[in-house]
Design a protein around this ligand. Structure first.
Ligand code: HEM
Length: 178
């Protein structure tokens, strides 16, 4: 698979020969799971990795349990990565934006599963304008949740691990809530 790195778009445009891949600015380590990210004026670039052969996910701005969150969930099956844009349309579940009438706004999806560890990478616009996405605020404190599944690739299967954080995407500061 393509390595989980991303290009600075402007650099790539101006100096294609010198376009370089960048590492992520910040990293949060949880139980058998890590989130790395970089944020710029327009986009957030995310790498999720967890010790699972099932799905991995991040939820932006949950309101009540999983409700109200903009959820990005992905899995790798037989070398093929599938990353979907979902919405927490209830406290204990989520649905694809596409099913709710929105669209899939996941950019540059890549991923791999190696030795029982699943990694997915993607970018998102900070404000896609979709009713089923949430604007991501670079500054200040936001609520964020992460989770991974128990081994099945089905996005309908429940988590083995989940956690909630307060996070400042620009400074990289995080505080575990639960
Ligand atoms: C269809 C798949 C899913 C099912 C059936 C499901 C079900 C549940 C259930 C029953 C709870 C309450 C019990 C508990 O706290 O563990 C819960 C809580 C939670 N779920 Fe899920 N979940 C799913 C997917 C996800 C995804 C993709 C995320 C994304 C990050 C996630 C994040 C969380 C979090 C953070 C909590 C705790 C919320 C809180 O107490 O504030 N879940 N889920």
């Amino acid at each position: 698979m393509k390595k989980c790195v991303f290009m600075v778009a402007a650099l790539a445009l101006l100096f294609p020969a010198y376009a370089s891949a960048m590492e992520y600015q910040h990293k949060l380590e949880a139980n058998n799971m890590a989130v790395s990210w970089s944020i710029d004026k327009e986009q957030i670039h995310v790498k999720l990795t967890a010790k699972t052969t099932g799905w991995v996910a991040i939820g932006f701005d949950p309101e009540k349990a999983m409700q109200g969150a903009d959820i990005i969930i992905g899995a790798v099956k037989k070398g093929k990565v599938r990353i979907e844009d979902h919405y927490g349309d209830r406290k204990r579940g989520h649905s694809p934006d596409k099913k709710l009438g929105g669209d899939n706004h996941v950019l540059n999806p890549t991923g791999e599963e190696v030795d029982g560890v699943t990694t997915i990478c993607f970018s998102l616009a900070l404000d896609s304008g979709d009713k089923w996405d949430k604007p991501i605020h670079a500054e200040g404190t936001s609520r964020m949740m992460i989770a991974y599944g128990s081994g099945r690739d089905s996005f309908k299967s429940r988590h083995q691990y989940r956690a909630v954080y307060d996070i400042n995407y620009s400074t990289g500061e995080t505080k575990k809530i639960k």
